[in-house]
Design a protein around this ligand. Structure first.
Ligand code: GDG
Length: 920
């Protein structure tokens, strides 16, 4: 329904805008065909240039210039009219995008200094250019005969347009080079702020030019009143449209791409007929949308990107078509001279600006290299001038296109040089990495005093991957879920982390409701999670959840695509939330190099068939170059399924799978823990202070302490362990008052019925046991239940206080708690009671292995743990510690990453072959 409403709204808007516009000619099949061919041809030209590491836009322009003379013969009047409308929409879209890139809150404290610097650069370069152009005017191939006010108007337009910058290019170069440092951080805000100011100044210059050159707009109204109407009206109209669109995004939010084009059509067509300045209206709309609809950030950006490409391609081609090669030749030298003057003035402006703004001199040293590129905005300005002032405007446009060509070619190269000279590129350093996961490694929250702080995610994997990223650098793409996450990201939605030692980018994705819930709670946690775990929870598969899952995976892929540039780093995708990222990425970037680690078990083929989209999942996972599971059992289940369901060819010896024309290597690499870090925490003298604190907090007076640490989940077998404890106390009532079992159980996914049910069941069982086995008033309870997350330091302190640790999963990919407990016990004491159904049991064979479904047997093992002699405890722990130390989380990550990177140099043979024999 909402989708229909959105489409209807868009159609009405476009029809209305068209009826207001001057074009009344009907579209024809010929127009559509010509536009289709143009798009195709230009796309090919753009792509060829991209492969040569040159800007795509140049390809589009070049295509236009080359086919222009031929197109002239086939372009009918009606086509020309259509193209003109598209050009109008395109220039508006460019201005709208500029508005969308400036989030005032994000720039925060730095805004004032950057604004001062930008204003100085603009002031010096525009003023300088205007003075020089005025003096040299008779020799410029524009309108040498112009004098007085007319010449002033033209000079003003030239100064504004010739100075403008390219935010797209600045962002593209920093992303592609993975540059890090002050220069890369400063360039983008300066460029964006400058272009916003230039949009405003351009509107003023246009008004002035219209007034003195007369283009039919002068209708006897006082000049000042008209100025106010055109400028103020544009801002008011743009803000109104922006605010309406923000409301639309919030309450309907469907078909955003179509609606955004409709918004541009309205801004461009209505703006023109009402004599508002359309570019100014568009930038105002963009600013209002960006700053009002922050929660829709990514959906909006993706929609704009999707819609913008074809419109901009047509626009660039149309501009190319309108140019003449011979004319370009004439203006070539003038453009070179103009370029040199522009650069000299920009450098002067930077020098003064740095002094005035109080920014560090070093930051401005190579700033000029990032201000050379010119593209869309400059071309947009030029085509507005060409369309409005038909006598001299096209010559103006030709000169500016020549200028853009020079700057498009040299700008990115020089900016790379600037980044290299500033030491922001490190070709010798470790190869940067892209990590993709649903959960982010750092969440930002705001304290009561207003200060924003970053808190690291808990959990062993996040910590280990964070350590890896600190070492290698790169980008981590994840869902931005912290309450203050949006306040700290830059215009590219990135923030440098870790806060204590910024060494990589965290790129946040804003995933909005209801799609997020359908993807995360729905398909991933109510569908895939119970599908992959053998527990009595029925998997729920709903078509709308699947659609959301695909959409969000596509969004992750688009973000990765935007981040990886030409360097093609390894992309390391985490887990079952993101099974379709690789195929979505591959449609954009066939040569991407991806590895996915599946952290949870993989179901046997018959169970997999429960999922209506099992074939799509299998094929999607095979899009990865490398696919890794925890256990050989999971790997085998997967291989059986791809053979049966997809008819894929499995090469048993090389562990490769051929599906279609692609190969994917499937391995099993059990995950480990950060052994050294846990050891270091365990050896810290402060640990005893923490233990004392915990002893008081949990009232740990009993002689025997047991521990369980889990994310509250129905797969972890918590009721089963409580039943076994109950049984032990029944059998040995004398243990009452002498034993305390601490259960750390932080609720997760509580909005799902299956999770709230397990939470209540645990609450109830604990209450019953504590009542049944109470040693009397004032005695410590049998079970001490703690639901608030602890720091890793507190966890290690607890692990070290425990006589035994229970891991009783009903089914678990690995279970890190088991390994963390072992890593923390450098005193070689403590007993691990471990479920045979947890992956960890494959390696930790010296644990007391239990079956959580067998309460009696489980209770026997618990009693054996309590009674175990010190020597037996020591020898078992020592053996387990060797295993855990020998396969830490860095070994796990490098097995996968080196495996991925070596796929191109040598065939990857089963890298951890001996696990094969050890697995069930
Ligand atoms: C999946 C698979 C596989 C728990 N409470 C606190 C806390 N934790 C940490 C533990 C441990 C982690 O959470 C839980 O580890 P699991 O292995 O049980 O992880 P799952 O969430 O089930 O995740 C699993 C794992 O992926 C890795 O591949 O082993 O089989 O299901 O690290 O320490 N950490 C802190 N405070 C707590 O209160 N700091």
């Amino acid at each position: 329904m909402r989708r229909l409403a959105a489409l209807l709204l868009a159609v009405v808007a476009v029809v209305w805008a068209r009826s207001l516009g001057s074009t009344t000619t009907a579209g024809s099949a010929g127009t559509a065909l010509a536009i289709g061919f143009t798009l195709l041809g230009a796309w090919v030209a753009g792509d060829v240039l991209r492969r040569l590491q040159l800007p795509r836009l140049t390809g589009y322009l070049l295509f236009g210039v080359l086919v222009g003379p031929y197109l002239g013969n086939v372009i009918t009047e009606s086509m020309a009219a259509q193209l003109q409308v598209i050009t109008g929409i395109a220039t508006t879209l460019i201005a709208l995008i500029a508005g969308l890139t400036l989030n005032i809150e994000r720039l925060g404290r730095q805004l004032r200094a950057i604004a001062r610097l930008t204003a100085t650069i603009l002031g010096v370069s525009m003023l300088g250019l205007a003075v020089i152009a005025w003096i040299l005017w008779p020799w410029l191939p524009l309108a040498p005969e112009a004098t007085g006010w007319e010449r002033l108007a033209m000079v003003m337009l030239l100064a504004v347009i010739a100075v403008s910058f390219s935010p797209t290019m600045a962002a593209a170069v920093t992303t592609e080079t993975s540059a890090r440092g002050r220069l890369s951080e400063l360039v983008l805000p300066v460029v964006v702020l400058a272009d916003l100011a230039l949009l405003f100044l351009f509107s003023l210059a246009m008004q002035f030019s219209r007034a003195v050159l007369g283009t039919g707009h002068d209708q006897g109204v006082g000049t000042l009143v008209r100025f106010a109407w055109e400028i103020g009206g544009a801002v008011a109209f743009g803000s109104l449209v922006g605010a309406l669109f923000a409301l639309y995004l919030r309450f309907i939010g469907r078909e955003v791409t179509v609606v955004i084009i409709a918004v541009c059509a309205i801004l461009s067509q209505v703006g023109t007929t009402q004599e508002f300045e359309p570019l100014l209206a568009a930038v105002a709309a963009g600013l209002v949308i960006e700053n009002l609809s922050i929660s829709q950030g990514d959906a909006l950006k993706t929609a704009v990107q999707r819609g913008a490409t074809p419109v901009l391609v047509i626009f660039f081609v149309t501009v190319g078509t309108s140019l003449r090669l011979d004319a370009l030749e004439v203006v070539g030298f003038v453009a070179l001279g103009l370029s040199a003057i522009r650069l000299a003035l920009i450098r002067l402006g930077i020098r003064l600006g740095i002094r005035i703004s109080g920014l560090e001199p070093d930051a401005g040293r190579y700033l000029w290299t990032g201000l050379i590129s010119q593209a869309g905005i400059t071309l947009g300005f030029a085509s507005v001038v060409a369309a409005e002032f038909v006598t001299w405007g096209p010559r103006f446009q030709t000169l500016l296109v020549a200028l853009i060509a020079i700057h498009e070619m040299t700008g990115p190269l020089l900016f790379r040089y600037g980044l290299a000279r500033s030491g922001e590129l490190d070709p010798q350093g470790p190869r940067p990495l892209v990590v993709v996961s649903n959960r982010e490694p750092y969440l930002h929250t705001r304290r009561v005093n207003g200060q924003i702080v970053a808190s690291p995610a808990t959990g062993g994997v996040a910590v280990a991957l964070d350590a890896l990223m600190r070492e290698r650098g790169g980008v981590w793409v994840a869902h931005g879920a912290g309450p203050a996450d949006r306040q700290v990201v830059d215009v590219g939605d990135k923030v440098r982390v870790p806060p204590d030692h910024p060494s990589y980018d965290l790129r946040r994705l804003w995933l909005e409701e209801p799609t997020f819930s359908a993807y995360y709670n729905g398909f991933a946690n109510e569908g895939l999670w119970p599908l992959c775990h053998l527990v009595d929870i029925r998997p729920q598969f709903r078509a709308e959840d699947w659609a959301a899952y695909k959409e969000i995976n596509d969004r992750f892929a688009a973000a990765v695509d935007a981040e990886i540039g030409v360097s093609n780093p390894a992309v390391f995708i985490q887990d079952y939330h993101l099974a379709l990222v690789a195929p979505a990425l591959r449609t954009r970037r066939p040569a991407a190099r991806t590895a996915l680690f599946w952290h949870i078990p993989w179901p046997y083929p018959d169970r997999l068939r429960i999922c209506p989209w099992s074939r799509e999942l299998l094929a999607g996972l095979l899009s990865n170059d490398l696919l890794a599971f925890q256990l050989e059992r999971d790997r085998r289940h997967f291989l059986l399924a791809v053979e049966d369901e997809l008819g894929a060819e499995v090469e048993p010896e090389s562990s490769r799978v051929r599906f279609g024309d692609r190969y994917s290597t499937v391995i099993s690499v059990p995950i480990g823990v950060d052994y050294d870090r846990i050891q270091a925490i365990a050896a810290d003298p402060a640990l005893s202070v923490e233990q004392e604190r915990l002893r008081r907090l949990f009232d740990l007076r009993a002689d025997i302490i047991g521990i369980g640490v889990d994310r509250l989940d129905y797969t972890k077998g918590i009721p089963e362990r409580l039943a076994a404890l109950d049984e032990v106390l029944r059998r040995r009532p004398q243990l009452r008052g002498h034993i305390t079992f601490v259960q750390i159980g932080v609720p997760s996914r509580s909005s799902l019925g299956s999770y709230s049910a397990i939470e209540s069941e645990i609450d109830q069982r604990i209450a019953e046991i504590n009542e049944r086995h109470s040693a009397g008033p004032g005695a410590p309870p049998v079970v001490r239940y703690h639901k608030v997350p602890l720091t890793i330091g507190s966890l290690v302190a607890l692990y070290r206080m425990a006589d035994f640790c229970i891991v009783s999963s009903l089914h678990d990919g690995m279970n890190l708690v088991a390994k963390e407990f072992v890593a923390a016990r450098d005193d070689e004491d403590g007993v691990l009671v471990l479920s045979a159904l947890a992956g960890a049991a494959q390696e930790l064979t010296e644990a007391l292995i239990i079956n959580p479904y067998d309460v009696e047997g489980f209770a026997d093992s618990l009693m054996a743990a309590i009674d175990m002699a010190p020597d037996a405890r020591r020898s078992r722990m020592r053996a387990m510690r060797r295993v855990v130390a020998g396969r830490n989380v860095f070994g796990w990550a490098s097995d996968i990453l080196e495996g991925l990177e070596s796929l191109w140099t040598k065939p990857l043979h089963y890298s951890v072959r001996h696990w094969e024999e050890m697995s069930v």
